[in-house]
Design a protein around this ligand. Structure first.
Ligand SMILES: [Zn+2]
Length: 184
């Protein structure tokens, strides 16, 4: 059967890397959060239950790491500053150092947990660049495998990932417990 030309509604969002095209995200990405809605990266001291509900793996003094609720792939994480800032030049040097440590250690733990063939690590600054939450900058860490776009079949807007968010959280949470202190 001949392949159909993709319809406008299933086109990749502008600026999204083709390899990471995930059409189910477009409804979420295209719609700004409702006024008054809390920022997902901003919270004070929270207990274990709230951390799990928010998919937060670790919240350090200046940086945090959490699961992406709309993952491109298994183990899709986000690392963000604790402070609500939109761009890296607004960060202090101390924040940049802790964020760099969080990213390096998160990569190390993702390699241990998933043995990916590669990883995408990057940030979208501003809505035009594809940021879903533009006011609070964050880095995406996405484990990749050869041909992994084949194991994410997309039918309409339904995504099928082999691992649920609850399973991912249960797998990664113990590994990320010490990310803010461990220098391994
Ligand atoms: Zn925020």
């Amino acid at each position: 059967m001949a392949r159909r030309t993709p319809r406008a509604s299933t086109r990749p969002e502008r600026g999204a890397p083709a390899l990471l095209w995930a059409p189910w995200r477009s409804a979420y990405v295209g719609k700004p959060p409702p006024r008054g809605a809390g920022c997902i990266f901003c919270f004070g001291r929270i207990g274990e239950a709230a951390r799990r509900r928010r998919l937060v793996l670790n919240a350090g003094r200046l940086a945090l790491v959490m699961l992406n609720r709309y993952p491109y792939n298994n183990g899709h994480l986000m690392v963000a500053p604790r402070r609500h800032v939109a761009s890296p030049e607004l960060l202090t040097r101390e924040e940049r150092i802790e964020l760099g440590d969080f990213i390096a250690r998160a990569v190390q733990r993702l390699r241990a947990a998933y043995r990916p063939a590669g990883l995408n690590v990057g940030a979208n600054l501003g809505r035009a660049a594809g940021a879903g939450i533009a006011d609070h900058m964050h880095w995406h860490l996405v484990p990749r495998w050869e041909g992994d776009n084949n194991f994410m079949p997309v039918i309409g807007s339904t995504r099928v990932l082999p691992q649920s968010l609850a399973e991912t959280y249960a797998l990664l949470e113990p590994l990320f417990k010490t990310i803010d202190t461990d220098l391994s």
